[in-house]
Design a protein around this ligand. Structure first.
Ligand code: GLY
Length: 363
């Protein structure tokens, strides 16, 4: 059956793939253009955290509400991707533990938020003896989770293809095609793709396609593996220390992440490894014996106000789903639903996330 709705998406990261999948499920013809390989940017480089308490402590209520909605959608989203793709995505509602020296502030946050419980340092160590570093206590966020982001990226691409979507890897958008003032398609080095709507979901590269206030924010991460005679095997929750997070994943411990604005530079530095190891060992001293297994970097899509860009642009026919900054995995199911509904004319943008809050390109 031929659909009367044709959508071209620029970017096959978690946002582009999941929005494309939802649109395809709704009967649209969807083509995703990807400059590199599917899910090989921030989706691949992240730690796959579905983290609210640590990432959104200073966020406005509108972003916290959006994150809560998305967190609630995650179990069903993960199940559906697994069913459709036949691939596990490793979603685990492991909880998260935020360690801090400020017991008063932690107790205050726990009193104001029923999702958080204050644990003294003794209570933390009784449950997780390897957390023998220096801190006054922890906030236990029992509803938090993480997903194997690399498996998720592969599974989403398979789910999208199985649903009948078209995926064009190694095919960059080089320009947009206009009819009058309306965008009607995308030009690549090879051909042109026409659509009733174009969605730009190119992560940190979004501002390279049209003028958008999206800045790449580099993050370096490492993965540690235990020595053969390790005293402990960490399979607990996501743990946040001072300027560091630790995510158990498949026998390894992911340690992240640096935050740097250096353009599109993704070079790796020994200094970042030393910094991350030192921060991790301040929380779990026993990690000093763990071996460096992998070191990588990715680019987060940052915006001037720290809020995402979700909705129509100043250009007719062009939608944006970008600027997720540190929260691309957390927001994925809610963005997929909101953007698929919006592109189909069934939802309005959320004002605080509307890309048109920033000025457009000068004519
Ligand atoms: N959300 C984790 C990070 O951006 O480093």
């Amino acid at each position: 059956m031929k659909s009367d709705m044709k959508i071209v998406i620029i970017g096959a990261g978690v946002a582009g793939l999941s929005i494309g999948w939802r649109l395809r499920q709704a009967g649209a013809e969807v083509t995703i253009l990807e400059r590199a390989q599917p899910a090989s940017g921030a989706t691949w480089a992240s730690a796959g955290m579905i983290a609210l308490a640590a990432e959104l402590e200073t966020s406005p209520p509108v972003e916290v509400d959006f994150a809560r909605q998305s967190n609630a959608l995650w179990p069903g989203f993960a199940r559906e991707i697994e069913e459709e793709s036949g691939q596990a995505v490793g979603y685990e509602r492991s909880g998260a533990l935020l360690l801090s020296d400020d017991a008063v502030a932690m107790a205050g946050r726990a009193a104001a938020d029923t999702d958080l419980t204050f644990l003294t340092a003794e209570e933390v160590r009784a449950r997780w003896p390897m957390l023998s570093g220096e801190y006054s206590g922890g906030l236990w966020a029992r509803h938090e989770a993480h997903v194997d982001n690399r498996a998720l990226g592969r599974a989403l691409a398979i789910a999208f293809l199985k649903a009948g979507g078209v995926l064009k890897p190694a095919e960059a958008a080089v320009n947009l095609e206009y009819r009058g003032r309306r965008i009607t398609g995308v030009l690549t080095p090879f051909t042109r793709y026409h659509g009733n709507a174009v969605l730009l979901a190119a992560g940190a590269w979004s501002g390279q396609v049209v003028q958008l206030p999206v800045t790449p924010v580099k993050g370096e991460m490492i993965a540690l593996t235990p020595p053969p005679d390790a005293e402990f095997d960490f399979v607990g929750p996501v743990v946040w220390g001072q300027g560091v997070y630790l995510v158990p994943r498949g026998g390894r411990l992911l340690v992240g992440a640096t935050v740097e604005e250096v353009g599109f530079d993704t070079s790796l530095s020994d200094g970042a490894v030393r910094h991350l190891r030192q921060k991790a060992e301040a929380v779990i001293p026993g990690l000093a014996r763990w071996r460096l297994d992998e070191h990588w970097a990715g680019l987060r899509p940052g915006t001037p106000d720290g809020l995402p860009l979700l909705g129509p642009s100043h250009e007719q026919g062009l939608f944006i789903a970008s600027g997720q900054y540190r929260n691309g995995i957390l927001f994925a199911p809610a963005i997929a639903q909101l953007m698929a509904d919006m592109i189909r004319g069934r939802a309005e943008p959320i004002d605080a996330f509307d890309p048109r809050r920033f000025p457009g390109a000068k004519p």
